[in-house]
Design a protein around this ligand. Sequence first.
Ligand SMILES: Nc1ncnc2c1ncn2[C@@H]1O[C@H](COP(=O)(O)OP(=O)(O)O)[C@@H](O)[C@H]1O
Ligand SMILES: [Mg+2]
Length: 301
Amino acid sequence: MAEPVVIACINHKGGCGKTTTAVNLAAALSVGNEELGIAKRRVLLIDLDPKGNIATTFGVDKRKLGPTMNELFKGGVDGAPVKLTECLIRPDELTKSMHSAFTRQNPERKRGPPKDLMVDDLWLLPADLDLSGVEIDLATRIGRENRLRLAMQNSVGHFDVVIIDAPASLGLLTVNALAAAQWVLIPVQAEFYAMENMSQLMNMVRDVQKAVNPGLRLFGIVLTMVQRSRLSETVAEQARKHFGDRLFETEIPRLVAIAEAPLDGAPIVIGQKPNKSNPGSKAYWELAREASARIETIQNS
Ligand SMILES: Nc1ncnc2c1ncn2[C@@H]1O[C@H](COP(=O)(O)OP(=O)(O)O)[C@@H](O)[C@H]1O
Ligand SMILES: [Mg+2]
């Protein structure tokens, strides 16, 4: 079976749109869109952030999670090894929880949730809070950088694409994401220190390339929370100069609708049609189109 394309979504700056980008990209690629020329793919989304927000984005009640990333990391050291596949939330379970969330938010709607509020090719490996404890625990273990890579071995052949959402730090969890991935996706918030932060981040990517994962390459840079301002334009210009065609043409605008989407228990690309009245969904679908083309190039090379 062909190896999946594994993309780590990283930036040590918090709140720059990593999770939002990882979730919407994963969801859009799993659904596909004929009109936009986006092939439908089997996608695994991995939450590597101790905040464990991704399950909530799909309306999943975190108290009802089975084994998570935590057990996966601990497994084999402190207890019976847990397999990655045992930790996954299946597409039908994600769909069911999106439906429950929708019904809770729209009790007056008699017809129930819209037909296309569903995913059928998206699996989620959730995280929960104690993952930060696991990170501390990992620090003293042999092979600590490769925990995720090993957990993924022989368990991800079923997928076309794997997207790993990293926490806002340059700690061991992020290193695990970079060791397990072949590609790096960096969401950058258009702000004054953006490019300075980027050079720090690229240094870390180079360190990981040298020490752990020489095959790691840049998938792309995407500007997030873009507002019409001189600052946004300056950052875009600098990023273009520095990263050339690795900068996605699509910019994600700062929009309340994007931030509010999890309220309805679905990523915006699933909850709203990509049209003029939904610029947030449209932007993420356009990003998915560009990402899809890059994935195709990778798969054909
Ligand atoms: N384009 C956007 N416009 C407005 N709010 C956004 C946008 N993208 C993300 N947000 C909100 O900003 C906050 C941080 O985003 P998030 O994706 O969680 O960042 P990170 O994972 O990098 O910490 C969240 O509350 C999210 O809903
Ligand atoms: Mg996040």
